[in-house]
Design a protein around this ligand. Structure first.
Ligand code: HEC
Length: 241
């Protein structure tokens, strides 16, 4: 049933045939291959009486990178994009409902849920880790980086305005790479020591400004913390005050 690509999309345009409760859904092959759609869609149809035809072509609705986040597979968040209509609306509502979420998480071919219904990744990470790394990461960031960078509200006024805020740096796609290697990136190399990684400053050539000394664990904590903060809204003047 799921494989059949019907003319439903075309028919939907005609109100006279609207009693055919159905819509078409574009599902990328990668998602089809997991077997998940065959678990998910019939269960929705059972509850709602709405039939979904799965296709690889553009359709009334689509699972992909755009639209409303609906479930997560590892680091990938799947979204539902849809043309509005009673059936596509019902589908989205169902996916976000408690029943829908339970159905999503009930798919566990290897005994472990392959898809997670909680798509608020950042909030989750923060809730889970706040007592550990993130708190330490915030503390070290404020202490070691905060005299130049705006870390968050707490040091907003003290940092050097021309230095990018952590919230701004967080907007770069490669923010993580930058934070993991900041000590070799300008301007830090001249004043930063990482335990066991960088050469000690030469005694005859003291660092011109108060050195930053961190450990590999500190860098991990800082990176975890930066991962938990919201990327700056580029429209807002967060970088300087
Ligand atoms: C003495 C001031 C100062 C301190 C202390 C400092 N930074 Fe920076 N940082 C800068 C400046 C200035 C820039 C912008 C460099 C540029 O735009 O080329 C920067 C840029 C960065 C970047 C982006 C680098 C790039 O090339 O994209 C990262 C990541 C970063 N800092 C992390 C840190 C971390 C983590 C700490 C604390 C452990 C820290 N910084 C401490 C001044 C500082």
């Amino acid at each position: 049933m799921l494989k059949c690509v019907s003319l439903v999309a075309g028919l939907m345009a005609f109100p006279v045939l609207a009693q055919d409760k159905a819509f078409s859904l574009q599902v990328p092959q990668a998602l089809v291959d997991t077997g998940f759609p065959k678990h998910l869609l019939p269960r929705f149809s059972l509850k709602s009486g709405v039939r979904i035809t799965v296709t690889q072509d553009p359709a009334d609705a689509a699972f992909g990178a755009e639209g409303t986040p609906v479930f997560r597979q590892g680091d990938t968040v799947w979204h539902l994009a849809r043309t509005e209509g009673p059936y596509t609306d019902a589908f989205q509502e169902w996916l976000l409902s408690d029943v829908g979420k339970r159905t999503i998480e009930a798919f566990a071919p290897d005994g472990e849920a392959m898809f997670i219904a909680d798509v608020s990744v950042r909030e989750t990470v923060q809730e889970v880790d706040l007592t550990g790394d993130l708190e330490l990461g915030e503390q070290i960031s404020l202490q070691s980086c905060g005299r130049c960078h705006v870390i968050n509200e707490k040091n907003r006024m003290n940092a050097i305005g021309s230095t990018p805020s952590f919230g701004l740096l967080r907007t770069f796609d490669d923010w993580q790479y930058r934070f993991e290697s900041f000590y070799v990136l300008k301007p830090h190399a001249a004043f930063t020591q990482v335990d066991g990684i960088t050469e000690p400053f030469s005694a005859s050539l003291p660092s011109p400004i108060a050195p930053v000394e961190v450990s590999v664990d500190d860098i991990e904590a800082i990176t975890a913390y930066v991962g938990s903060i919201a990327p700056a809204d580029l429209g807002a003047p967060i970088q300087s005050q």
